[in-house]
Write a new protein. Structure first.
Length: 155
């Protein structure tokens, strides 16, 4: 697997949204963040960094311990407490194994979405886009309201 082939595969899964986060990380979400989506895969795009994993993803508590015994897999930085692992190289699994692991990560994450987020994802595509746009608009208005300076009263 490579970054390009992994990206192409992940984008075939249902309800996947990709974003660039923290400058050089390609992050894949199940559902849009605005409606309560959750990330399920993180690819490090900076090849110059040494000792950094190429990809991190959730595996759940049942598989976590067993997978850590696999050469090339380690606890994911900052996310190990929620049972994420990181692969130090793309050769850890074969392509079919990667597809299986990443499908499972997607399914684990989808199952953890709130009922409201899952309901939104079940809408027809046009309605889903409208719901996401409306939610982003409400969040933007809320941020603007919170950012306004509060006038103090003179006593």
């Amino acid at each position: 697997m490579t970054v390009e082939s992994t990206r192409a595969f992940l984008l075939t899964l249902p309800h996947v949204v990709e974003i660039i986060q923290s400058g050089d990380n390609l992050v894949f979400w199940v559902g849009d963040k605005a409606i309560g989506g959750k990330m399920f895969a993180l690819i490090d795009l900076d090849p110059a960094r040494s000792n950094h994993p190429v990809i991190s993803f959730p595996v759940g508590p049942e598989a976590y311990g067993d997978l850590l015994e696999t050469r090339g897999l380690l606890p994911a930085p900052y996310l190990a407490r929620i049972h994420w692992i990181a692969a130090s190289e793309w050769t850890v699994f074969s392509t079919p194994e990667w597809h299986d692991r990443l499908r499972r990560a997607h399914a684990l994450t989808l199952a953890k979405l709130t009922p409201r987020a899952r309901t939104t994802l079940a809408l027809p595509p046009a309605e889903q886009r409208r719901a996401i746009t409306a939610r982003r608009h409400r969040l933007s208005e809320r941020e603007q309201t919170l950012a306004k300076p509060v006038k103090s009263r003179k006593r």
